[in-house]
Design a protein around this ligand. Structure first.
Ligand code: GLY
Length: 390
């Protein structure tokens, strides 16, 4: 399956900068529609709809605003990002939709980012409150963070690989407060995930269901992939980036090992242009959609991990990320606002398969809010030395 990519070009710094200009222009154009309200999780016919701050994806928009603000210094964009953080604060205060592990995505890219960029104590406090809620979703029986806060529900006594991207909120809270409990919770969740969801060949299963009485694992399965034994591309990318971030916070060698295994499997299952199909069990043909968001996430993970590796190995991942982002820049980035109001085409949120029917089946071959965010983050990482929000 390994393709010969020796001749593939990497994105240059000038192209990354040009890409950021295009993305920032698009964000500026969208700002009046999406300050009080948010883009939907995925587009329809390449255009996002409008929704309240009620989706697990909302902060991928706020994160884009922070990245745009850092890039171009436009005060109006910064003001909109700050206003959105206040709405996240209200959300938490009223305890609306605070019952999911996605608190990590939501509060890292809104309030943690805002705190890091502005020093606002209010945003710090808000993010710490979110970290408390996330921590309270850790289950001793099974040692994992539950995807939804339903401790008494047998069918919901489960976790998913995506949560590796939520635990940085806990690592951050430990650093800020000096309370090592947040970090210990994150590490215990990380270890359970690695043990159960990373298979021997380096591929990642998406979900694990536990016995509510004993904490024993009942089964591993998929929610968004092709089948229970395949590797959903975005889940594999969450594993790559999640392991890299856990390594950055803990220095645990096992995270670096997980990163290497997950990245090797990912790279061996890419089509020629390095943008995966929505599941890595598919490597060619037109029948199934790509998931450009997985490509952007994996590239960010490789660039993050490269900071913690010896020169030769770091270079391998930087080159790989540079090629992935070049491919996205050349073939997937929105260049004409009449074509789409997103940033990155050909993402896939959900895709039904014969063995995994997803009733809502939305966001097939569309822009996805997380794809847009991680594409911008990848461009930012390749344009300059950037301090992550995670
Ligand atoms: N965390 C859900 C997804 O990646 O679609």
């Amino acid at each position: 399956m390994m393709q010969n990519r020796q001749n593939m070009l990497q994105i240059t710094r000038a192209e990354a900068e040009a890409g950021l200009k295009v993305c920032t222009g698009q964000i500026w154009r969208n700002l009046s529609s999406y300050t009080k309200q948010f883009p939907t999780s995925a587009s329809k016919a390449s255009f996002y709809g409008v929704c309240d701050n009620s989706e697990w994806t909302s902060a991928f928009w706020t994160g884009q605003l922070w990245l745009a603000c850092e890039f171009c210094g436009n005060a109006a964009i910064g003001k909109a990002a700050l206003a959105q953080c206040i709405s996240f604060r209200e959300w938490l205060r009223k305890r609306i939709a605070t019952d999911s592990h996605d608190l990590g995505f939501l509060y890292t890219l809104s309030c943690v980012a805002g705190y890091k960029l502005t020093g606002s104590e209010k945003l710090k406090e808000t993010a710490l409150l979110a970290a408390d809620s996330l921590r309270s979703m850790f289950r001793e029986k099974g040692e994992f963070i539950q995807s939804f806060d339903r401790p008494d529900c047998r069918e919901e006594y489960r976790t998913i690989i995506d949560c590796l991207m939520n635990i940085p909120l806990l690592y951050w809270a430990s650093e800020i407060t000096g309370d090592s409990g947040y970090r210990e919770t994150a590490v215990r969740h990380y270890r359970t995930t690695r043990k159960l969801l990373l298979r021997g060949d380096g591929s990642a299963a998406q979900a694990a269901l536990f016995d509510i009485d004993t904490g024993e694992v009942i089964k591993c399965f998929t929610r968004q992939g092709y089948s229970d034994d395949s590797a959903w591309a975005r889940g594999q990318a969450w594993a790559i980036y999640g392991a890299a971030l856990s390594y950055g916070y803990t220095g645990m060698e096992e995270c670096r090992e997980m990163f290497r295994q997950a990245a090797a499997y990912y790279m061996e299952h890419l089509p020629q242009d390095m943008v995966p199909y929505f599941d890595l069990c598919i490597t060619e043909g037109d029948e199934w959609p790509r998931d450009s968001s997985a490509a952007a996430i994996a590239a960010c993970g490789m660039l993050e991990m490269a900071k913690h590796l010896e020169a030769e190995e770091a270079e391998k991942y930087r080159v790989c990320a540079g090629r992935i982002v070049k491919s996205l820049y050349d073939g997937y980035m929105v260049r004409d606002y009449r074509e789409s109001n997103g940033l990155l085409l050909h993402g896939t949120y959900c895709c039904s398969t014969p063995g995994n029917v997803i009733p809502e089946d939305n966001g097939r071959d569309e822009c996805c809010l997380f794809g847009d965010y991680f594409f911008m983050e990848a461009l930012t990482r390749l344009q300059r030395d950037w301090k992550p929000y995670w």
